[in-house]
Design a protein around this ligand. Structure first.
Ligand SMILES: C[S@@+](CC[C@H](N)C(=O)[O-])C[C@H]1O[C@@H](n2cnc3c(N)ncnc32)[C@H](O)[C@@H]1O
Length: 238
């Protein structure tokens, strides 16, 4: 299978990612429980506007939004397969839902709206360092005054280079993701090897500070899978 683009695996075999998440190999259960709790801390539940960049099929986000409803949700993804599924998972929401087939960086750089929450789950690590900087700058411009960036993503250890990170992560996949059929596991490993460019937390922090997101916090960490919270203003006690 060609892995020319970081999104190829999500456009051609979304079911593989669904399988990985169904076995909770990337800690989606714990992570999205945490995301739900974060949404519950907002003072503007039912009034907040949320943009979900790289929303996939929104399978894990949908229950969070049902529990703490936004006033408006926009999901952005390059995979039409995922977006078609997202429509079904998000159908129970009563707020307006927009699903946009677009590049996440293009979307956030071109939005004219202010967003109370910008969320991205396991997508930003595909961007180059330069594009991650552009991502943070665009988020900084587009967040409302009390806005939050919730970033769920893989993160490198401080002082760990990409090659060492990849060796560890691929070993973790091969040793832990035992219920994924071998051929599909290798497909997933190739995707990670070719397209994953995670940063360290301090690099992400510096990008955020330069973009005016002066408050940053690690909300949770499961192996290399982090939930990070950024804001232009002080964060609540959690
Ligand atoms: C690993 S999935 C994550 C899905 C979901 N957010 C989650 O947390 O499970 C990554 C998603 O990001 C999308 N994606 C990756 N790069 C993208 C880009 N530059 N623009 C839009 N979507 C992108 C992929 O198509 C895929 O649906």
């Amino acid at each position: 299978m060609s892995t020319n683009q970081p999104t190829t695996i999500f456009t051609q075999s979304w079911s593989l990612y669904d399988l990985i998440t169904a076995y909770n190999y990337m800690f989606h259960q714990e992570i999205y429980e945490g995301v739900q709790k974060l949404l519950g801390l907002r003072q503007d539940v039912t009034r907040y506007r949320l943009m979900d960049l790289g929303c996939g099929n929104a399978r894990f986000m949908a229950p969070c939004l049902l529990k703490y409803p936004p006033a408006y949700y926009e999901g952005v993804d390059l995979s039409e397969t995922a977006l078609a599924e997202a429509k079904t998972y998000l159908a129970p929401l009563t707020c307006p839902v927009k699903l946009t087939h677009n590049d996440l960086l293009t979307s956030i750089e071109s939005t004219q709206d202010q967003w109370d929450i910008i969320f991205s789950g396991f997508a930003v690590h595909h961007l180059t360092p330069e594009d991650k900087t552009r991502f943070f700058n665009a988020v900084g411009r587009s967040l409302s005054k009390q806005g939050w960036l919730i970033l769920v993503d893989v993160v490198r250890e401080e002082h760990q280079d990409r090659e060492t990170y990849l060796n560890h992560y691929l070993q973790f996949m091969r040793e832990t993701w035992t219920k994924v059929p071998p051929e599909q596991l290798e497909e997933a490993c190739t995707h990670v090897h070719d397209h994953d460019y995670p940063e360290t937390f301090s690099t992400l922090q510096n990008m955020a500070i330069a973009a005016g997101l002066h408050a940053q916090r690690i909300i949770s960490r499961y192996g290399q899978h982090y939930t990070l919270l950024f804001s232009p203003v002080n964060l609540p006690t959690i």
